[in-house]
Design a protein around this ligand. Structure first.
Ligand code: NAI
Ligand code: 15L
Length: 264
């Protein structure tokens, strides 16, 4: 791979990916709608709104791989979600179609199944039960990725990320945490396997409390090494532990299930 595009490079995961994925290609192209740090000698920095089709087409040109992290990452107005996650994603896939179909790592989300209970078994073939418009937009993204694969052969790893932060900070994240190291090793595998196809998988570390299994994608050869287990006592010690009746302790989507529904 000569040039890897990272969208959302100004965001939480994007800033980490900028530091940790440089070994994957001689050139990193970094993009976001917000200004980013000045480029190093191996970097290209491009400010670009995903909802601008022409700009996204130019962005994707000459890239051999895409880590797509850009977009609205929380529950917001439908118009914001529409521009970034729906129009923006369609623009990305059209740009890929016209620029050599680079392999895509798509940051999907556990919030496509947020209204399942934590004690329900959910696998990759379970019906989606999004917990907000944000989750709905990720369902669209999953369907679009699958459509471009079935129609055109565009390869994508649809990664339903749990909670990818430096460390788990609450009860729910003891199940959903994905460590930065495990995120990096997953991206490495996605771009290393000779044939990827279009798998949907869970972006989650080897947490004992995890609700999801990745047995169906053993061909990727990805083995998460971290576990949230070692943080359990320190989280208990903070007192940040929900009552059994709290959504954080009942529903997979946790507090997102309680977000107000925007009417614009
Ligand atoms: P973030 O909100 O920190 O980063 C997203 C970036 O996308 C931001 O820098 C934002 O400026 C950019 N963006 C928003 N609208 C845009 C537009 N119209 N055009 C171009 N760029 C735009 O989110 P984070 O945590 O870094 O997540 C990255 C991706 O991973 C997101 O797609 C999120 O939905 C997904 N994800 C993250 C999880 C996590 O635990 N961090 C869990 C599940 C999914
Ligand atoms: C997500 O999809 C969000 O982007 C992130 O901010 C967290 O809320 C994460 O899920 C989570 O469920 O912890």
């Amino acid at each position: 791979m000569k040039r890897l595009l990272i969208t959302g490079a100004g965001g939480g995961l994007g800033r980490m990916a900028r530091q940790r994925l440089a070994h994957l290609a001689p050139v990193l192209r970094l993009s976001d709608i917000v200004p980013m740090e000045e480029p190093a000698s191996n970097e290209e920095v491009v400010v670009c709104d995903l909802s601008d089709a022409a700009a996204v087409s130019a962005l994707v040109k000459d890239c051999d791989g895409i880590v797509h992290l850009g977009g609205v990452s929380t529950e917001q107005s439908f118009s914001a979600i529409l521009d970034a996650n729906i129009v923006g994603l369609r623009n990305l896939y059209e740009a890929a179609r016209h620029n050599g179909m680079p392999r895509i790592f798509f940051a999907a989300s556990n919030h496509v199944v947020g209204f399942y209970r934590q004690d329900e078994k959910v696998d990759i073939d379970s019906a989606v039960r999004p917990d907000g418009l944000y989750g709905v937009s990720k369902c669209f993204g999953e369907a679009l990725a699958r459509f471009y694969y079935d129609k055109l052969g565009q390869e994508t790893a649809i990664v339903r990320i749990g909670s990818c932060f430096e460390r788990p900070t609450d009860y729910r994240m003891l199940a959903t945490w994905l460590s930065y190291d495990d995120f990096v090793s997953l991206v490495e595998r996605v771009f290393a396997v000779p044939e990827l196809g279009c798998p949907t998988l869970w972006g989650v570390s080897a947490n004992s409390r995890a609700w999801w299994s990745n047995e169906h994608v053993s061909y990727l050869g990805w083995q998460p090494k971290d576990s949230a287990d070692r943080f359990e006592q320190s989280i208990r010690d903070t007192g940040n532990w929900p009552d059994p009746g709290h959504p954080l302790a009942i529903l997979q989507g946790g507090n997102n299930t309680q977000d107000p529904l925007s009417d614009h």
